[in-house]
Design a protein around this ligand. Structure first.
Ligand code: F6R
Length: 349
Protein backbone atom coordinates (compact mmCIF):
# COMPACT_ATOMS: atom_id res chain seq x y z
CA UNK A 1 0.00 0.00 0.00
CA UNK A 2 2.98 2.31 0.50
CA UNK A 3 4.06 1.42 -3.02
CA UNK A 4 7.53 0.30 -1.96
CA UNK A 5 8.21 3.41 0.14
CA UNK A 6 9.07 3.22 3.85
CA UNK A 7 6.47 5.81 4.80
CA UNK A 8 3.35 7.42 3.39
CA UNK A 9 5.00 10.80 3.78
CA UNK A 10 7.79 10.05 1.30
CA UNK A 11 5.33 8.31 -1.02
CA UNK A 12 3.12 11.40 -0.97
CA UNK A 13 6.11 13.70 -1.53
CA UNK A 14 6.83 11.63 -4.65
CA UNK A 15 3.22 11.86 -5.79
CA UNK A 16 3.46 15.63 -6.22
CA UNK A 17 4.21 15.70 -9.95
CA UNK A 18 1.12 13.56 -10.56
CA UNK A 19 -1.01 15.58 -8.16
CA UNK A 20 -0.04 18.82 -9.91
CA UNK A 21 -0.74 17.33 -13.34
CA UNK A 22 -4.17 16.27 -12.10
CA UNK A 23 -5.16 19.70 -10.93
CA UNK A 24 -3.77 21.44 -14.01
CA UNK A 25 -5.64 19.03 -16.26
CA UNK A 26 -8.83 19.66 -14.40
CA UNK A 27 -8.72 23.39 -13.73
CA UNK A 28 -5.82 24.73 -15.76
CA UNK A 29 -7.65 25.86 -18.87
CA UNK A 30 -8.93 29.06 -17.28
CA UNK A 31 -12.18 27.48 -16.15
CA UNK A 32 -12.66 26.06 -12.68
CA UNK A 33 -14.71 23.00 -13.41
CA UNK A 34 -16.15 22.62 -9.92
CA UNK A 35 -17.60 26.08 -9.53
CA UNK A 36 -20.98 27.34 -10.56
CA UNK A 37 -20.39 30.33 -12.85
CA UNK A 38 -22.34 32.56 -10.45
CA UNK A 39 -20.05 31.86 -7.51
CA UNK A 40 -17.48 34.42 -8.47
CA UNK A 41 -19.79 37.17 -9.63
CA UNK A 42 -19.04 40.46 -7.92
CA UNK A 43 -16.17 39.09 -5.82
CA UNK A 44 -13.72 41.92 -5.23
CA UNK A 45 -11.88 40.80 -2.16
CA UNK A 46 -10.96 37.54 -0.47
CA UNK A 47 -10.31 36.47 3.11
CA UNK A 48 -8.62 33.12 3.60
CA UNK A 49 -9.19 31.14 6.79
CA UNK A 50 -7.10 28.05 7.51
CA UNK A 51 -4.90 26.22 10.03
CA UNK A 52 -1.37 24.81 9.98
CA UNK A 53 -0.04 23.83 6.60
CA UNK A 54 -3.23 24.98 4.90
CA UNK A 55 -2.69 28.41 6.49
CA UNK A 56 0.78 28.52 4.92
CA UNK A 57 -0.69 27.57 1.52
CA UNK A 58 -3.29 30.32 1.92
CA UNK A 59 -0.62 32.86 2.86
CA UNK A 60 1.33 31.84 -0.25
CA UNK A 61 -1.89 32.21 -2.25
CA UNK A 62 -2.49 35.71 -0.89
CA UNK A 63 0.82 36.87 -2.42
CA UNK A 64 -0.32 35.54 -5.79
CA UNK A 65 -3.70 37.25 -5.39
CA UNK A 66 -2.03 40.55 -4.53
CA UNK A 67 0.11 40.34 -7.66
CA UNK A 68 -3.03 39.96 -9.73
CA UNK A 69 -4.48 43.05 -8.08
CA UNK A 70 -7.02 41.20 -5.92
CA UNK A 71 -6.97 42.23 -2.26
CA UNK A 72 -6.58 39.11 -0.11
CA UNK A 73 -5.87 38.60 3.56
CA UNK A 74 -5.06 35.38 5.39
CA UNK A 75 -6.32 34.53 8.85
CA UNK A 76 -5.65 31.72 11.28
CA UNK A 77 -9.04 30.06 11.56
CA UNK A 78 -8.81 29.76 15.34
CA UNK A 79 -8.30 33.52 15.63
CA UNK A 80 -10.86 34.46 12.97
CA UNK A 81 -13.57 32.79 14.95
CA UNK A 82 -12.81 34.85 18.04
CA UNK A 83 -14.47 37.94 16.61
CA UNK A 84 -16.66 38.88 13.71
CA UNK A 85 -15.10 40.94 10.97
CA UNK A 86 -16.83 43.38 8.69
CA UNK A 87 -17.62 41.68 5.40
CA UNK A 88 -18.77 43.89 2.56
CA UNK A 89 -20.76 42.95 -0.54
CA UNK A 90 -17.79 41.89 -2.63
CA UNK A 91 -16.15 39.77 0.05
CA UNK A 92 -15.65 36.03 -0.37
CA UNK A 93 -14.36 34.03 2.61
CA UNK A 94 -12.35 31.04 1.44
CA UNK A 95 -11.73 28.12 3.79
CA UNK A 96 -8.56 26.28 2.81
CA UNK A 97 -8.65 22.82 4.37
CA UNK A 98 -7.24 19.53 3.13
CA UNK A 99 -9.58 17.35 5.15
CA UNK A 100 -12.54 19.69 5.19
CA UNK A 101 -13.11 18.58 8.79
CA UNK A 102 -10.91 20.92 10.85
CA UNK A 103 -13.07 22.26 13.68
CA UNK A 104 -11.32 25.65 13.87
CA UNK A 105 -11.83 26.18 10.15
CA UNK A 106 -15.48 25.13 10.30
CA UNK A 107 -15.98 27.58 13.17
CA UNK A 108 -14.42 30.36 11.11
CA UNK A 109 -16.78 29.57 8.23
CA UNK A 110 -19.69 29.82 10.62
CA UNK A 111 -18.43 33.18 11.89
CA UNK A 112 -18.12 34.44 8.33
CA UNK A 113 -21.56 33.21 7.35
CA UNK A 114 -23.11 34.80 10.41
CA UNK A 115 -21.59 38.09 9.28
CA UNK A 116 -23.24 37.60 5.89
CA UNK A 117 -20.23 36.55 3.84
CA UNK A 118 -20.29 34.23 0.88
CA UNK A 119 -18.07 31.22 1.47
CA UNK A 120 -16.03 28.81 -0.62
CA UNK A 121 -14.21 25.65 0.50
CA UNK A 122 -10.91 24.74 -1.15
CA UNK A 123 -10.51 21.14 -0.06
CA UNK A 124 -9.21 17.72 -1.03
CA UNK A 125 -12.15 15.73 0.25
CA UNK A 126 -15.35 15.53 -1.77
CA UNK A 127 -18.38 15.60 0.49
CA UNK A 128 -16.39 16.84 3.52
CA UNK A 129 -18.07 19.08 6.10
CA UNK A 130 -16.45 22.22 4.70
CA UNK A 131 -17.63 21.39 1.19
CA UNK A 132 -21.16 20.95 2.47
CA UNK A 133 -21.29 23.98 4.75
CA UNK A 134 -19.80 26.47 2.27
CA UNK A 135 -21.80 27.93 -0.59
CA UNK A 136 -19.46 26.26 -3.06
CA UNK A 137 -16.39 23.99 -3.17
CA UNK A 138 -13.26 23.82 -5.27
CA UNK A 139 -11.47 20.47 -5.11
CA UNK A 140 -7.69 20.31 -5.24
CA UNK A 141 -7.66 16.72 -6.56
CA UNK A 142 -4.42 15.66 -4.89
CA UNK A 143 -5.64 12.14 -4.13
CA UNK A 144 -5.83 10.74 -0.59
CA UNK A 145 -3.17 11.92 1.84
CA UNK A 146 -2.52 9.49 4.68
CA UNK A 147 0.67 10.73 6.35
CA UNK A 148 -0.21 13.11 9.19
CA UNK A 149 2.24 15.66 7.79
CA UNK A 150 0.60 17.42 4.84
CA UNK A 151 2.89 17.44 1.80
CA UNK A 152 1.37 17.02 -1.63
CA UNK A 153 -1.79 18.83 -0.58
CA UNK A 154 0.23 21.99 0.22
CA UNK A 155 1.48 22.11 -3.38
CA UNK A 156 -1.96 21.39 -4.80
CA UNK A 157 -3.59 24.01 -2.58
CA UNK A 158 -1.17 26.68 -3.79
CA UNK A 159 -1.80 25.76 -7.42
CA UNK A 160 -5.57 25.71 -6.84
CA UNK A 161 -5.49 29.16 -5.25
CA UNK A 162 -3.36 30.54 -8.09
CA UNK A 163 -5.75 29.17 -10.72
CA UNK A 164 -8.56 30.70 -8.69
CA UNK A 165 -6.74 34.06 -8.77
CA UNK A 166 -6.43 33.74 -12.56
CA UNK A 167 -10.13 33.15 -12.81
CA UNK A 168 -10.96 36.16 -10.62
CA UNK A 169 -8.49 38.56 -12.18
CA UNK A 170 -10.00 40.61 -14.95
CA UNK A 171 -8.55 40.97 -18.43
CA UNK A 172 -6.68 44.13 -17.52
CA UNK A 173 -5.37 42.89 -14.16
CA UNK A 174 -1.68 43.29 -13.39
CA UNK A 175 0.72 40.39 -13.67
CA UNK A 176 -0.21 37.29 -15.58
CA UNK A 177 -1.06 33.71 -14.77
CA UNK A 178 1.67 31.81 -12.95
CA UNK A 179 3.19 29.33 -15.44
CA UNK A 180 2.85 26.02 -13.64
CA UNK A 181 3.37 23.86 -16.75
CA UNK A 182 6.95 23.05 -15.83
CA UNK A 183 6.20 22.47 -12.12
CA UNK A 184 5.68 18.66 -12.30
CA UNK A 185 8.97 18.35 -14.18
CA UNK A 186 10.74 20.66 -11.73
CA UNK A 187 9.53 18.68 -8.73
CA UNK A 188 10.52 15.40 -10.39
CA UNK A 189 13.97 16.77 -11.02
CA UNK A 190 14.37 17.63 -7.33
CA UNK A 191 13.11 14.19 -6.31
CA UNK A 192 15.67 12.59 -8.62
CA UNK A 193 18.68 14.70 -7.66
CA UNK A 194 18.17 16.10 -4.14
CA UNK A 195 21.14 16.03 -1.78
CA UNK A 196 18.76 16.53 1.13
CA UNK A 197 19.67 13.27 2.84
CA UNK A 198 23.37 14.24 2.99
CA UNK A 199 22.47 17.70 4.25
CA UNK A 200 20.18 16.27 6.94
CA UNK A 201 22.96 13.90 8.00
CA UNK A 202 25.55 16.67 8.12
CA UNK A 203 23.55 18.87 10.49
CA UNK A 204 22.07 16.16 12.65
CA UNK A 205 22.40 17.04 16.33
CA UNK A 206 22.45 20.81 15.92
CA UNK A 207 20.56 22.81 18.57
CA UNK A 208 18.03 24.57 16.39
CA UNK A 209 16.87 24.86 12.79
CA UNK A 210 15.62 28.19 11.49
CA UNK A 211 13.90 28.84 8.19
CA UNK A 212 13.79 32.29 6.60
CA UNK A 213 12.40 33.78 3.42
CA UNK A 214 10.79 36.83 1.86
CA UNK A 215 7.67 37.10 -0.32
CA UNK A 216 6.40 33.60 -1.06
CA UNK A 217 9.61 32.41 0.56
CA UNK A 218 8.08 33.47 3.89
CA UNK A 219 5.15 31.02 3.93
CA UNK A 220 7.58 28.40 2.63
CA UNK A 221 9.88 29.14 5.58
CA UNK A 222 6.95 28.77 7.99
CA UNK A 223 5.94 25.52 6.34
CA UNK A 224 9.52 24.22 6.31
CA UNK A 225 9.78 24.81 10.06
CA UNK A 226 6.38 23.32 10.83
CA UNK A 227 7.18 20.14 8.92
CA UNK A 228 10.62 19.89 10.50
CA UNK A 229 9.44 20.23 14.12
CA UNK A 230 6.36 18.12 13.52
CA UNK A 231 8.12 14.97 12.40
CA UNK A 232 11.69 15.30 13.75
CA UNK A 233 10.74 16.82 17.17
CA UNK A 234 13.76 19.13 16.79
CA UNK A 235 13.50 22.83 17.62
CA UNK A 236 12.55 24.56 14.38
CA UNK A 237 11.19 28.07 13.74
CA UNK A 238 10.22 29.92 10.60
CA UNK A 239 10.58 33.69 10.26
CA UNK A 240 10.09 36.43 7.74
CA UNK A 241 13.75 37.10 7.02
CA UNK A 242 13.39 40.81 7.75
CA UNK A 243 12.14 40.01 11.26
CA UNK A 244 15.36 38.24 12.31
CA UNK A 245 16.89 41.47 13.54
CA UNK A 246 13.73 42.36 15.48
CA UNK A 247 14.23 39.57 18.01
CA UNK A 248 14.88 36.05 16.74
CA UNK A 249 18.53 36.85 16.03
CA UNK A 250 19.09 36.47 19.77
CA UNK A 251 18.50 32.73 19.32
CA UNK A 252 21.11 32.33 16.59
CA UNK A 253 24.40 30.70 17.67
CA UNK A 254 27.13 28.57 16.06
CA UNK A 255 24.95 25.54 16.87
CA UNK A 256 22.10 26.84 14.65
CA UNK A 257 21.35 25.92 11.07
CA UNK A 258 19.47 28.45 8.95
CA UNK A 259 17.67 27.41 5.77
CA UNK A 260 17.26 30.46 3.51
CA UNK A 261 14.63 30.26 0.75
CA UNK A 262 15.78 32.23 -2.31
CA UNK A 263 13.06 32.74 -4.94
CA UNK A 264 14.75 35.23 -7.27
CA UNK A 265 12.89 38.18 -5.74
CA UNK A 266 14.50 40.30 -3.02
CA UNK A 267 17.52 38.00 -3.04
CA UNK A 268 19.86 40.87 -2.16
CA UNK A 269 17.92 41.67 0.99
CA UNK A 270 17.77 38.01 1.94
CA UNK A 271 21.53 37.81 1.47
CA UNK A 272 21.82 40.60 4.02
CA UNK A 273 19.81 38.49 6.49
CA UNK A 274 22.00 35.47 5.73
CA UNK A 275 25.05 37.51 6.68
CA UNK A 276 23.38 38.59 9.92
CA UNK A 277 23.00 34.91 10.86
CA UNK A 278 26.49 33.95 9.72
CA UNK A 279 28.00 36.77 11.79
CA UNK A 280 26.55 34.97 14.85
CA UNK A 281 28.24 31.78 13.71
CA UNK A 282 25.22 29.99 12.19
CA UNK A 283 25.55 27.67 9.20
CA UNK A 284 23.37 28.77 6.29
CA UNK A 285 21.90 26.37 3.74
CA UNK A 286 20.56 28.25 0.71
CA UNK A 287 17.69 26.85 -1.33
CA UNK A 288 18.39 28.42 -4.70
CA UNK A 289 18.34 27.90 -8.46
CA UNK A 290 22.04 28.78 -8.50
CA UNK A 291 21.74 31.66 -10.95
CA UNK A 292 22.83 34.27 -8.40
CA UNK A 293 26.55 33.78 -7.85
CA UNK A 294 26.56 35.93 -4.77
CA UNK A 295 24.17 33.47 -3.13
CA UNK A 296 26.44 30.56 -4.03
CA UNK A 297 29.49 32.41 -2.65
CA UNK A 298 27.82 33.40 0.59
CA UNK A 299 25.99 30.19 1.52
CA UNK A 300 27.72 27.47 3.53
CA UNK A 301 25.72 24.78 1.79
CA UNK A 302 23.24 24.68 -1.08
CA UNK A 303 20.14 22.75 -2.13
CA UNK A 304 19.32 23.41 -5.78
CA UNK A 305 15.98 23.89 -7.47
CA UNK A 306 15.38 24.32 -11.22
CA UNK A 307 15.21 27.91 -12.45
CA UNK A 308 11.70 29.35 -12.51
CA UNK A 309 9.64 32.43 -11.74
CA UNK A 310 9.34 33.32 -8.02
CA UNK A 311 5.77 32.03 -7.59
CA UNK A 312 6.94 28.59 -8.75
CA UNK A 313 10.35 28.75 -7.07
CA UNK A 314 8.69 28.83 -3.64
CA UNK A 315 6.88 25.56 -4.34
CA UNK A 316 10.08 23.94 -5.59
CA UNK A 317 12.00 25.09 -2.51
CA UNK A 318 9.23 23.66 -0.37
CA UNK A 319 9.84 20.22 -1.87
CA UNK A 320 13.52 20.40 -0.88
CA UNK A 321 12.43 21.34 2.65
CA UNK A 322 9.92 18.47 2.78
CA UNK A 323 12.77 16.12 1.92
CA UNK A 324 15.07 17.65 4.54
CA UNK A 325 12.41 17.15 7.23
CA UNK A 326 11.75 13.61 6.12
CA UNK A 327 15.40 12.61 6.15
CA UNK A 328 16.13 14.39 9.43
CA UNK A 329 13.23 12.53 11.06
CA UNK A 330 14.14 9.20 9.43
CA UNK A 331 17.75 9.49 10.66
CA UNK A 332 16.37 9.98 14.19
CA UNK A 333 14.05 6.97 13.82
CA UNK A 334 10.87 9.00 14.38
CA UNK A 335 7.40 7.54 13.64
CA UNK A 336 7.11 9.74 10.58
CA UNK A 337 3.54 9.01 9.50
CA UNK A 338 2.11 9.37 13.00
CA UNK A 339 4.03 11.96 14.99
CA UNK A 340 3.30 12.03 18.71
CA UNK A 341 0.38 14.17 19.94
CA UNK A 342 -0.92 14.90 16.42
CA UNK A 343 -3.90 13.75 14.35
CA UNK A 344 -4.57 13.98 10.63
CA UNK A 345 -7.75 15.90 11.10
CA UNK A 346 -8.29 17.99 14.16
CA UNK A 347 -11.97 17.95 15.00
CA UNK A 348 -11.84 19.89 18.27
CA UNK A 349 -11.46 23.65 18.66
C1 F6R B 1 0.81 19.78 9.23
C2 F6R B 1 -0.62 19.52 9.09
C3 F6R B 1 -1.60 20.38 9.84
C4 F6R B 1 -2.83 20.65 8.99
C5 F6R B 1 -3.89 21.40 9.80
C6 F6R B 1 -5.09 21.77 8.97
O1 F6R B 1 1.57 18.92 8.47
O2 F6R B 1 -1.01 18.64 8.37
O3 F6R B 1 -1.00 21.57 10.24
O4 F6R B 1 -2.46 21.38 7.87
O5 F6R B 1 -4.30 20.61 10.88
O6 F6R B 1 -5.70 20.65 8.41
P1 F6R B 1 -6.71 20.77 7.21
O7 F6R B 1 -5.97 21.25 6.03
O8 F6R B 1 -7.25 19.38 7.02
O9 F6R B 1 -7.76 21.75 7.62
Amino acid sequence: EKGGYDHYMIKEIHEQPTAIRQILECHGSGELTDLDPGTLEGVEEVQFVACGTSYHAALYGSYVFAERGIPASTHLASEYATHERPVGEGMLVVAVTQSGETADTLAAIETAQRAGARTLAVTNVVGSSASRVCDDALYIRAGPEIGVAATKTFSSQVVALSLFADRLAGEDSPGGPVAFDSLPWGIQRILDTSRSRDVAERYRGRDAFFFIGRGVGYPVALEGALKFKEISYEHAEGFAAGELKHGPLALVTPASVVFAVFTGRDDEKLLGNVREAQTRGATVVAITDGTNEEVLRQADDVLFVPESEPAVAGLLANVQLQLISYHAAALLGRPIDKPRNLAKSVTVE
